[in-house]
Design a protein around this ligand. Structure first.
Ligand code: NAD
Length: 366
């Protein structure tokens, strides 16, 4: 029987996997693991916030189908994406005599997702891996596409791999315990997906902005599925970010990342930085004649309905410009900008005049 909750299939060099979003999906995990043949012991990696809310339920759902499940809890927050914690988890797995046919399961946001994936990619040279994302960022972005990593003091995500999961199972109900600001910053990434690749998704956001901020089951689940499908489609075409397709997901990220790092990750959530960055990129594209002012205004109106920032008043211009020069996606010293040609159609441009970049950042911050 077709799976009504299936958002997409990701196809990659080693096979394919389902990306699922539903309401109450956690309760179905025992069956889903069994369907995928993942009936051996599971090792759940979660964080201290998600543990009692959701990871216990994941454990119960697996145990009900006879799948033994252990849990490792890391402290909530980005600092847990470290080698030190990875090492502690390796020791834990060794003590429990984990085998190559057992399964690593990440339950939580992008931090347990990236960390659990890194463990799965490396312990015993690779173990089956499943993502159960519970934050918006993890559902529509981090859990799909197989990028796994830990941070070094020098920079985030410096050590990692492309390691695809066996399945991604999102329970949209879990988003009900996120704060409004966390929910909105997650929607920023999904809105971004619409602007770069799917004009009808932007229409949906415009029709249902308030319902989405209330996490109304039917519409929230549908929009998350659509957004997951966009990411799944892109990574299926460009598994290892070599073909210039996956980079489109970076719309808004050049200024966004620089804004996050120049404010030392304390002032702007990732999705908020992306929202400001989307406005910068749209303004520049309009100046370069790629699209009309109407698109800039439409994007601004939509982001504002999700209470997302569209400017970064007071942040020093130089700090943002310096941050941009460290962008990992730059080539030969110049930034590659993802810009819209229309709603739902994006391109990459490396010929944005320096003066235009500086003027745009000045306007965003002034
Ligand atoms: N691998 C990728 O392709 C990729 C893509 C984007 C981001 N990332 C990574 O993802 C991380 C950011 O993701 P994130 O924002 O999910 O981080 P996170 O895992 O730290 O989650 C953010 C906070 O939300 C809490 N949380 C998660 N689900 C919750 C829920 N349902 N209810 C209440 N609280 C909940 C967490 O405990 C945490 O405190 C970064 O490390 C980033 O590098 C990876």
């Amino acid at each position: 029987m077709p799976d009504a909750d299936l958002a997409a299939e990701v196809h990659h060099s080693g096979g394919s996997y389902p990306v699922v979003a539903g309401w109450g999906t956690i309760d179905t995990l025992g069956d889903r693991f069994t369907d995928l043949g993942l009936t051996n012991t599971a090792y759940i990696i979660t964080d201290s916030n998600v543990m009692n809310r959701y990871a216990r339920n994941v454990q119960r759902a697996l145990q009900k189908r006879g799948i033994p499940a252990h849990i490792y809890i890391v402290p909530a927050g980005e600092t847990s994406k470290s080698f030190e914690l990875a090492q502690s988890i390796y020791h834990w797995l060794a003590e429990l005599k984990a085998e190559r046919g057992h399964t690593i399961v990440s339950v939580g946001g992008g931090v347990p997702g990236d960390l659990g994936g890194f463990i799965a990619a490396t312990y015993l040279r690779g173990m089956p891996f499943v993502q159960v994302p519970t934050s918006m960022a993890a559902m529509v972005d981090a859990s799909i596409g197989g990028k796994v990593a830990v941070n070094l003091p020098q920079a985030k995500n410096l050590v990692g791999a492309f390691y695809q999961p066996k399945g991604v199972f999102a329970d949209v109900q879990t988003l009900s315990t996120l704060g409004k600001r966390e929910l909105a910053e997650g929607w920023a990434e999904a809105i971004k997906h619409g602007f770069i690749l799917d004009a009808s998704l932007v229409d949906l956001f415009e029709e249902h902005a308030e319902a989405l901020m209330d996490n109304e089951p039917e519409i929230a689940t549908e929009v998350i599925r659509r957004s997951m499908a966009i990411k799944a489609n892109i990574v299926s075409q460009d598994e290892r970010e070599t073909l210039g397709i996956r980079i489109l997901l970076n719309y808004g990220h050049t200024i966004g990342h620089a804004l996050e790092s120049s404010t030392e990750y304390g002032q702007y959530f990732h999705g908020e930085g992306v929202a400001v960055g989307m406005m910068g990129a749209a303004t520049m594209a309009q100046e370069m004649g790629l699209h009309s002012q109407e698109i800039v205004d439409r994007q601004r109106r939509l982001l504002e309905r999700f209470s997302l920032p569209t400017a970064a008043k007071g942040v020093p211009v130089e700090d943002i410009l310096n941050g941009m020069s460290l962008d990992k996606k730059s080539q030969g010293g110049s930034n590659r900008w993802v810009m819209l040609e229309d709603v739902g159609r994006a391109v990459v441009r490396s010929d944005v005049p320096r003066e235009l970049v500086e003027k745009t950042v000045r306007d965003l911050t002034g």
